[in-house]
Design a protein around this ligand. Structure first.
Ligand code: FAD
Length: 434
């Protein structure tokens, strides 16, 4: 089944239209094949080309490169998270392992933007975990203790301060972490495409239909062609399961987000002309909401089990209404038609929120499942899976592999029933924060 995305993501609309699109229409042989041209696949391709400048490297995507979740996210490059989807494991040793990976993720993205002089609206303003409920103070105090033990600079703020910073009196308590970056995901990923080296061949709008290993080679069939490869890296994240990759360890979740137009001078004044900010919810299913550099407001307040291949226009409109309500709750003075676009994107989840990073079989590798931290972790995992596939080891790989492996998931229909029930429960808990 093909991946059919809506064409309404504001981040993608901000970019110029690409013209050099190649679709696979022949049979090819290659040393390396990467399936999926999001942050992970593009980073793997870049690293492989540095290691093997004289080998052939092909990267293929079912849609336009980078136009999956990688350009459709909220643009938080995180140093720490309070919730991973709907789990919130804060056991110190595990939490440290997770943040060690985030730290490497920030470093690798930072290196990339410096090396290629990428303008992606990079802002080291940190981020807030905020709630309208004063009772959530307890959660933030516990979190603060963990952050202190691990040396993360942070502070807890209350309503008066928050009104000035956000321009809304909706929030009563927040924890600000100093690390963490806000950026424009579309611009970052476009730079990853534009800087692909010469020995990397990119094919787009060319879904992989099936694959199998035969006589030491991997044969991949696409709609109008095939590729035989010595080594393959799967970087399809939310679509790993549909290609039969670790089906009992990951599952797709569909998120939707909306973005307003830029606020007018008058609207901006009405909220006190705040600087760019980004808020993550304290309760797992609450809204992520962000004010961009150019005074737009992004909100994401849905996460659901849905057909990962497509969300219809009318389904998207329903989510857009929920997002309008979320914005009006915080900024009642804004007009009803302030939302400019609404889009969906697919992420991959594991049961214990660990990522997938492994050799599946001789010459077959996979990286994915980052929950809400794929900007940094995807860039890191992409580069490091390329190194692992080259039979090399690094300190980064040791850090990645020090984390627990994803745990086993029950088969369908039990999996969907369990996930849906958990989502409903968390949604009810976060009702005031949507
Ligand atoms: C609304 C939303 C908000 C988010 N917010 C954040 C955030 O603030 N910070 C953060 O770090 N992360 C966030 N994420 C998660 C982040 O976007 C992902 O973790 C990250 O993009 C994963 O990158 P990837 O390259 O592994 O996967 P993807 O970007 O999903 O790329 C996988 C690619 O594989 C392709 N593919 C699938 N099937 C096939 C096939 N059969 N053949 C060929 N190609 C195929 C797809 O077309 C896709 O382009 C968010 C995600 C969403 C949707």
């Amino acid at each position: 089944m093909n991946v059919l995305n809506d064409y309404s993501c504001s981040w993608i609309k901000d970019l110029t239209t690409r013209t050099n699109i190649k679709t696979l229409k022949k049979d090819l042989n290659t040393h390396w094949l990467i399936i999926g041209a999001g942050i992970t696949g593009l980073s793997a391709a870049r690293k492989l080309s540095q290691i093997y400048p004289n080998q052939t490297i092909i990267i293929v995507d079912a849609q336009l490169a980078g136009e999956g979740a990688s350009s459709r996210n909220s643009g938080y490059l995180v140093d720490s998270t309070l919730n991973d989807g709907f789990t919130s494991n804060k056991e110190l040793e595990n939490y440290k392992k997770k943040t060690d990976i985030y730290k490497l993720g920030i470093e690798v993205v930072n290196r990339f933007i410096k090396e290629y002089q990428v303008d992606c609206d990079w802002n080291e303003c940190g981020k807030y975990f905020a709630s309208s409920k004063e009772v959530d103070k307890k959660i933030l105090e516990n979190f603060s203790e963990i952050l202190s033990k691990l040396g993360f600079q942070h502070n807890i703020l209350f309503n008066k301060d928050l009104i000035k910073r956000f321009g809304t009196n909706f929030y009563n308590i927040a924890l600000h972490t100093k690390g963490g970056i806000l950026l424009h995901p579309g611009k970052l990923v476009r730079a990853m495409i534009d800087t692909l080296p010469e020995n990397v061949d990119l094919y787009e709008n060319s879904p992989l239909l099936n694959w199998r290993k035969y006589n030491g080679k991997i044969n991949c069939n696409f709609e109008n062609g095939s590729i035989k490869t010595k080594k393959i890296i799967f970087a399809t994240n939310g679509f790993l399961k549909s290609l039969g990759i670790k089906p009992n360890y990951n599952f797709p979740i569909t998120l939707t987000a909306s973005m307003t137009r830029s606020l007018t001078d008058e609207e901006f004044r009405s909220i006190g002309e705040p600087k760019e900010w980004g808020i993550l919810p304290v309760r797992p299913m609450g809204a992520t909401i962000r004010m961009t550099k150019d005074r737009r407001i992004l909100i994401r307040n849905t996460a659901e089990v849905h057909n990962p291949y497509k969300m219809s226009k009318s389904e998207l409109n329903k989510r857009s209404i929920k997002q309008k309500i979320g914005i009006k709750k915080r900024f009642p003075q804004f007009p009803d038609d302030i939302i400019q676009s609404t889009w969906s994107g697919v992420v991959s989840r594991t049961r214990n929120s660990s990522q997938i990073f492994e050799k599946l079989d001789d010459n077959i590798f996979v990286a994915g499942c980052y929950n809400g931290s794929g900007i940094g972790v995807g860039t890191l995992f992409g580069e490091q899976i390329a190194i692992k596939a080259s039979n090399e080891n690094t300190n980064e790989i040791k850090t990645i592999e020090a984390r627990n492996k994803p745990t086993w998931l029950p088969p369908q229909p039990f999996l969907n029933i369990g996930v849906k029930a958990r989502l409903v429960y968390e949604k009810l808990r976060a009702k005031s924060e949507l």
